[in-house]
Design a protein around this ligand. Structure first.
Ligand code: FES
Length: 177
């Protein structure tokens, strides 16, 4: 390959396109390039959205899943929590007991940018951007999140054992608890 003469300025060496060659790149080719790049972005965003939504529980709202027994749930004291996985090993959830003594379970996925939330005994907190959710229904109360956490439906058997059985519908402000 022939060496560029060093006398040419840097920008000429960095962009070695001669003016008489510009006509080789038509508007149509440029438009095609833009269309391919846009299609790539659209497919990529669609893929990420498809992966994200099931973890937030949106498409499966109200859906039942294979029940998962939650060992030690009945022994949780007010302000305590424990982690579990639900639909698969990546579906990380948190079970907690509120100060009113209610058992609640949520996906750990923060509805802001997806970090894992944890229970500080009073509120669910997301350490990434200091987002907070109240523990009774999962509504955001502070920080950047604007949507509630995805709730998990629990069932208590006659023997007091607790099982995770499905996705709760997203709560609405003022709706039933
Ligand atoms: S990811 Fe949870 S507050 Fe930003």
């Amino acid at each position: 390959m022939a060496q560029e003469p060093v006398s040419k300025p840097f920008w000429r060496r960095a962009f070695p396109l001669d003016l008489h060659e510009e006509s080789r790149y038509s508007r149509r080719e440029f438009a095609r390039f833009l269309a391919v790049v846009s299609a790539g972005f659209t497919v990529g965003i669609g893929y990420l959205w498809g992966r994200k939504r099931p973890l937030e529980g949106a498409p499966g709202e109200g859906a039942r899943h294979e029940p998962v027994p939650l060992e030690g749930a009945a022994e949780l004291k007010a302000g305590e929590s424990k982690l579990f996985t639900f639909r698969d090993a990546d579906d990380r959830c948190i079970l907690l007991r509120t100060h009113e003594g209610k058992l609640r379970a949520y996906r750990q996925t923060c509805t802001h940018l997806g970090c894992a939330v944890r229970f500080d005994g009073k509120r669910l907190e997301c350490p990434c951007h200091m987002g907070f959710f109240e523990p009774d229904r999962g509504f955001p109360v502070q920080g950047p999140p604007t949507r509630p956490l995805a709730g998990i439906a629990l069932e208590v058997g006659p023997d007091g054992s607790v099982r995770a059985v499905g996705d709760l519908a997203k709560p609405t402000e003022g709706g039933d608890a």
